[in-house]
Design a protein around this ligand. Structure first.
Ligand code: HEM
Length: 288
């Protein structure tokens, strides 16, 4: 053959050649799986799912819990900077929080590939388990100020989690910290928003709205607070979108049945869609 022995006959050069791959692992080296504790992470799904679609259901929940873990990490990281009024590092972390929310919202469409028939095949496996008992979700709500002491009850049997949630409930929320920062920057705020029972949801307050009004009317003078305000509106908007998509998924999959966690189901979830985490940042828009 004319081309015999020609380089072209050997097919494309592998990218695993010495030029592009220098891996020479010893048994003692850290591996990808070790570092990421993949044995633990990938052992957490049903080995023998009751039905094909149960794997989807479990993986989506677990993935959402991981994104929530990262969100909490970023929020805990941002808090001290907000307390100190150093907003630039906080913006970096809040930007990541928003990206996590994108993932949390986007994954509803994966779960929406599951029909009611498919869910019914394994729903009995859940017993009374429900996302209602997600302590990370509750922690995030408390972070943002949507606080109800009664939501601690499902965690009584887990003292460490119960304590952690109680601490987050009883300290000022991220929004409370922002409001206190407004006072430190010279805005006149009612005493009632600066020293109160932090474990309760605060009623919308006119002095806080007036501070935001001043900031929105003159962003050039308060650039970082203006940017912070818009970040919070983004987060509130995305949180509401998550709730809305959850309620729609639930209606698609179980209609008006009651939830495994004991609520009325979709009606309970639709009421939660109305929650505004940072109310003055919405009401101020009517004044502008
Ligand atoms: C087919 C899928 C799903 C159904 C049918 C469903 C159903 C429900 C229902 C009925 C509730 C109200 C509480 C109850 O009575 O159980 C609820 C709450 C909740 N679910 Fe889901 N859910 C689904 C998927 C998910 C996923 C993937 C997550 C992700 C973590 C999740 C997280 C939550 C959370 C955090 C709550 C508490 C909401 C609140 O109290 O405001 N759910 N779910």
């Amino acid at each position: 053959m004319a081309n015999e022995g020609n380089e072209q006959d050997k097919g494309p050069k592998s990218y695993l050649d010495g030029e592009h791959y220098h891996g020479d692992f010893g048994v003692a080296d850290m591996t990808y799986g070790d570092y990421l504790k993949l044995d633990k992470v990938l052992d957490g799904q049903p080995e023998h799912p009751t039905s094909h679609d149960e794997m989807l259901f479990v993986v989506i929940h677990q993935a959402k819990e991981l994104w929530m873990k990262l969100m909490i990490h970023e929020l805990e990281g941002a808090l001290p900077y907000i307390r100190r009024g150093e907003l630039r590092p906080a913006f970096k972390m809040l930007a990541r929080v928003k990206r996590c929310q994108d993932q949390l919202i986007g994954s509803w469409s994966v779960l929406n590939t599951m029909t009611p028939t498919e869910y019914t095949r394994f729903r009995h496996e859940l017993g009374r388990a429900s996302g209602f008992q997600s302590f990370q979700y509750r922690a995030i709500e408390f972070f943002f100020g949507n606080k109800q002491r009664g939501m601690l009850a499902p965690h009584r049997a887990r003292p460490a989690i119960h304590q952690r949630l109680t601490d987050i409930l009883e300290r000022p929320s991220l929004y409370d910290e922002v409001v206190m920062l407004l006072a430190r920057r010279g805005f006149q705020l009612d005493h009632a928003v600066l020293d109160r029972d932090w474990s309760k949801v605060r009623e919308p307050n006119a002095s806080v709205e007036a501070a935001w009004l001043a900031i929105y009317k003159e962003p050039e003078s308060h650039w970082d607070l203006y940017e912070l305000a818009e970040d919070l509106v983004d987060i509130d908007d995305q949180f509401q979108t998550w709730r809305f998509r959850h309620a729609n998924t639930v209606e698609r999959v179980i209609g008006n049945k009651t939830g495994t966690g004991g609520t009325s189901g979709v009606q309970y979830l639709r009421r939660a869609v109305e929650v505004r985490l940072f109310p003055e940042l919405w009401s101020v828009r009517t004044q502008l």
